[in-house]
Design a protein around this ligand. Structure first.
Ligand code: NAI
Ligand code: 0TF
Length: 259
């Protein structure tokens, strides 16, 4: 898994505010309203315990603090435990946490201790970013391009397919592309038959993955992928609306999915 850095999480509140404004421009709803529509749930004063985890590559500077800021931004009551790991989990439960948020290098989970529901960040991120793109108010058709069909991209592509979109997909890994074609019925996208899209969903860990010939004027690129999938130059040239944020949108999707 590509790991976040503390640099990615700098000014998380400003990043969230900008993402919320972009989501409003694209969909007419803010991020919370998109979550409510997607999962049919609403918070009711759940208390969230955030547990730092030291295993593997260890604590990421700003990670727990960012989760604290994100949960507060979306109106949840939350706290970060003083202790990490198992001791932190114990502390969180003892202090009344109803939902636990914690991540090691492989899994970032939200576990609702009251109803038993558990969520994984990767599918929840794919689904919410796909949902946002699917609500593009100025979409010119039901065609969507998905670039990157891994642990975030595949559930995103599945979400578009379930909503009845015509999903064109591409992954540099042919095995993953084949899997998405056979399991989801997506159309393999080939640069040899170029076309433009008003909705693009990107979930890769690479820069410049979106070729210019697929970008239409005023298109939406909904992308959890870090770093950004297109250059500033292309973004300006085509007046692209980008929804991109490193942690908060995926986290709030996890939280609404376990309410
Ligand atoms: P993954 O490794 O499971 O999938 C990435 C896929 O991108 C792979 O299948 C790979 O073959 C494909 N790929 C790489 N370069 C490509 C290219 N040039 N063109 C087409 N496909 C290409 O990774 P995962 O977990 O799906 O994460 C994807 C990205 O999303 C990472 O950058 C990760 O850090 C980020 N992420 C962001 C979150 C957020 O909240 N913003 C949450 C979770 C992940
Ligand atoms: O960096 C990641 C994921 C996060 C997905 C959300 N964008 N790409 N996971 C590692 C998190 C490790 C956290 C660390 N153990 C801590 O500080 O608790």
């Amino acid at each position: 898994m590509a790991l976040l850095t503390s640099e990615d999480l700098k000014n998380i509140n400003r990043q969230l505010e900008e993402a919320d404004s972009a989501v409003r421009r694209v969909t007419g709803l803010d991020i919370k309203e998109v979550c409510r529509a997607l999962y049919g749930t609403s918070p009711s004063c759940e208390k969230i315990g955030i547990v730092p985890v030291t295993s593997g590559n260890g604590i990421i500077g700003n990670f727990s603090a960012s989760l604290h800021a994100i949960t507060q931004y979306f109106g949840f009551e939350s706290f970060v435990t003083d202790m990490p790991d198992v001791s932190g989990y114990y502390e969180a439960v003892k202090k009344g946490a109803e939902i636990i948020l914690m991540a090691d290098d492989h899994t970032f989970l939200a576990h609702n201790l009251k109803n038993g529901k558990i969520a994984n960040n990767q599918p929840c991120t794919g689904i919410i970013y796909a949902e946002i793109a699917s609500r593009h108010l100025k979409a010119d058709s039901k065609d969507v391009l998905v670039i990157g069909l891994g642990k975030v991209g595949f559930p995103g592509a599945a979400h578009f397919a379930n909503k009845g979109f015509n999903v064109y997909g591409y992954d540099a890994d042919k095995v993953l592309l084949e899997k998405a074609v056979s399991n989801l019925g997506i159309i393999p996208f080939t640069p040899s038959s170029p076309r433009k899209f008003s909705m693009i969903f990107e979930a890769t860990p690479c820069a410049n993955t979106i070729p210019e010939f697929v970008i239409s004027k005023n298109c939406v690129i909904s992308t959890p992928g870090i770093p950004c999938a297109i250059s500033d130059e292309l973004r300006k040239k085509y007046d692209v609306e980008i929804v991109m944020e490193p942690l908060g949108i995926g986290t709030v999707s996890m939280l609404y999915s376990v309410l």
